[in-house]
Design a protein around this ligand. Structure first.
Ligand code: M6R
Length: 622
């Protein structure tokens, strides 16, 4: 939530900041702003709404203005108006900063700073931090009466004093008028990386805002800061201990973050699924021997085989993938497994006995609740694995080991290709653990062979685009939908409902189909769309019964069925087919038409599917 970008170099800063903000806009789009350091003054431009609004108020580019910071906001404290937009300047006018995160003790600090004579203009927690840094900088003394160092070290010192007083999370880029040759970045809980080019530096929340300028970067860890100057950069902790950071190669490419002819990132990412899954599976599957090779955890597998219980923890779509994972671990590895919302797990007093393996699933690798659940599990002695997409993300670095999705950046706020890849990784893991326990080579070979064929089968579903669009068109005006599935397709029903509601703003509920008769069936009215996932599986006959119950009450059925299933036709007002596959692998196929249905419904209703209202891509706040 919130994206920050900052430029320090020899080129004009303004276009670089603007382009970076456009790339980061998926992280939040309530308001935006930049601060440029020009003629020893801060020039600040900010506005509510999208980056396009900011672009309209920016001045002509000045080639001599080569330092600046920018921000795109997902509002937490204070409404998304211009005053609350970042950057925020402190009460002395010397410090300016952009912030991604939350200052939890901002209330107490604000009261104290007001008593000390600081004035505030906004309702944000961020302005408290700007004022706190400004306060220590102006006073040149900390609360213990220790004096500040001289020169620009004082700026660095003031940042450290302030950061040591706050509770919460931050990714920051900070400038000080007295030190025009210095820019400081700092991180705790929210992502921040520094791209290092030739005589230029770019701070950003993620690599998409950096890759155009350089492919070399350092990823900051929590409680670390970087001071950039014309002489180079230094990395230290906020308690002033020097830290060495390894220079890493950014793994994404520019074309991966371009629309490349698609109308929306979500549309592109749905279409990318066959290729994304091929990359995810590539080199990891040995069909001949019925084995899986997962580099990141290979040397732990012997220990993992002794796992007594698996807890999968995640949020949103990743949580739905986790439920599929639960069924896979039970079915294939015969390990007791449960799925926890990270936001609940973190605040409970969970029982984590010896032999518990916790698997955190996250596309972004930055989700605050998932991170907190990991901390909770680690404190209790569990081994924690990550199933993460973003390389070098906080979750990837916080877990004991993990498996990357390898699907390239997912930019659309509605998660699509990450879901299928998360399920694919969990399938591989369950098969390998199963093999090391009691899954036969024959069974594993069959599953792995079929898994390798999934990308081609997804292509066949994508070919039905026009038919799925027509179904969306016929039903898009209905304000309440149900999504129903059983067994492995029950989590897919949850995911289908989430996709539809988050981008089309249609109310949708996902349920295990058999639960209908315990209450939700009361919702059925004439022409209410009920999406049934009724592929050929062990519960096929049962779900046909559930379809009849809905039709008998006037509901309209959109049925996802197996190709060639003639018997299902009389039960479907609208029919979408998917190729046949093994029951355990069906979610990888059945979710795709639901993603497409949601996409088309949202576009037809005139929504910006990549930036749905009130949402942001990575949820780095609680
Ligand atoms: O980055 P993560 O996978 O940890 O994100 C988890 C959820 O915030 C995310 O899946 C969210 O539910 C999506 N908007 C769903 O499309």
């Amino acid at each position: 939530m919130c994206g920050i970008v900052a430029y320090f170099g020899k080129k004009a800063a303004q276009p670089i900041l603007l382009e970076g903000l456009k790339r980061l806009e998926y992280r939040g789009y309530d308001s935006a702003g930049v601060a440029l350091l020009k003629d020893n003054q801060f020039e600040i431009y900010k506005t509510s709404g999208r980056i396009a609004n900011l672009e309209e108020i920016l001045p002509e580019v000045d080639q001599q203005t080569t330092i600046g910071i920018g921000h795109t906001r997902w509002a937490t404290h204070g409404e998304p108006n211009t005053i609350n937009a970042h950057p925020h300047v402190d009460y002395t006018g010397k410090i300016v900063l952009v912030h991604n995160g939350i200052i939890e003790n901002y209330g107490t600090l604000k009261k104290w700073l007001i008593k000390e004579g600081c004035q505030f203009k906004s309702d944000t927690d961020t302005e408290v931090l700007a004022n706190l840094i400004g306060y220590f900088y102006a006073r040149s003394q900390n609360r213990n009466g220790d004096a500040a160092p001289k020169g620009c070290d004082r700026f660095e010192w003031a940042v450290q004093q302030a950061l040591n007083e706050i509770y919460g999370t931050y990714g920051l880029a900070i400038l000080c008028l007295d030190c025009p040759g210095v820019m400081i970045g700092a991180k705790k809980g929210s992502p921040l990386m520094l791209g290092i080019g030739k005589n230029e530096y770019v701070f950003a929340s993620d690599a998409s805002a950096i890759i155009e300028h350089t492919s070399q970067a350092i990823y900051l860890s929590d409680n670390e800061m970087v001071c950039v100057s014309n002489e180079g950069f230094t990395t230290k902790t906020i308690t002033n201990k020097t830290v060495e950071k390894e220079l890493k190669e950014i793994e994404i490419s520019l074309d991966q973050i371009e629309l490349e002819g698609f109308d929306h990132y979500m549309q592109k990412e749905i279409a990318e699924q066959p290729e994304a899954l091929r990359t995810c599976l590539n080199g990891r599957i040995d069909v001949k021997n019925g084995r899986v090779i997962l580099g990141g955890i290979q040397n732990m597998l012997r220990d993992l085989t002794r796992t007594k219980r698996v807890i999968l923890t995640a949020c949103g779509t990743a949580w739905h993938a986790g439920i599929v994972g639960e069924f896979l671990f039970e079915q294939l590895a015969r390990i007791p497994c449960e799925v926890e919302y990270a936001s609940e797990f973190r605040y409970r007093n969970p029982i984590v006995e010896e032999g518990t393996l916790v698997i955190a699933i996250s596309q972004s690798g930055e989700t605050a609740d998932t991170l907190a659940a990991i901390e909770q599990a680690k404190e209790r002695g569990a081994t924690v694995l990550g199933v993460v997409n973003v390389v070098g993300s906080t979750i990837a670095r916080t877990t004991d080991a993990g498996v990357y999705l390898r699907i390239g950046p997912e930019i659309g706020v509605a998660s699509t290709k990450a879901f299928t890849a998360q399920v694919a990784v969990l399938t591989m893991l369950a098969i390998e653990l199963g093999r090391r326990r009691h899954l036969s080579a024959d069974a594993a070979q069959g599953l792995l062979k079929e898994l390798m064929g999934i990308p081609n089968k997804i292509e066949k579903i994508l070919d039905q685009n026009d038919a799925i669009k027509a179904i969306a068109q016929a039903n898009m005006n209905k304000e309440n939908w149900l999504f129903l599935g059983r067994g492995f397709n029950y989590p897919v029903a949850l995911e289908g409902a989430l996709k539809l509601k988050e981008i089309s703003y249609i109310h949708a509920e996902g349920l295990p189909a058999a639960e209908m008769k315990h209450g939700p069936i009361a919702l059925i009215t004439d022409y209410m769309p009920a999406v049934f996932i009724a592929t050929k599986c062990s519960q096929y006959e049962k779900i046909i019964g559930n379809i009849q119950e809905v039709r008998a009450r006037g509901g309209r059925t959109i049925v996802i069925a197996t190709e060639g299933d003639e018997d299902i036709k009389p039960h479907a007002d609208h029919l979408i087919t998917v190729p046949d596959t093994m029951e355990e692998l069906q979610p990888l196929l059945t979710v795709v038409p639901l993603q497409m249905l949601a996409y088309h419904a949202a576009v037809l209703r005139g929504h910006d599917v990549d930036k749905p209202r009130n949402l942001a891509k990575s949820v780095t706040v609680e």
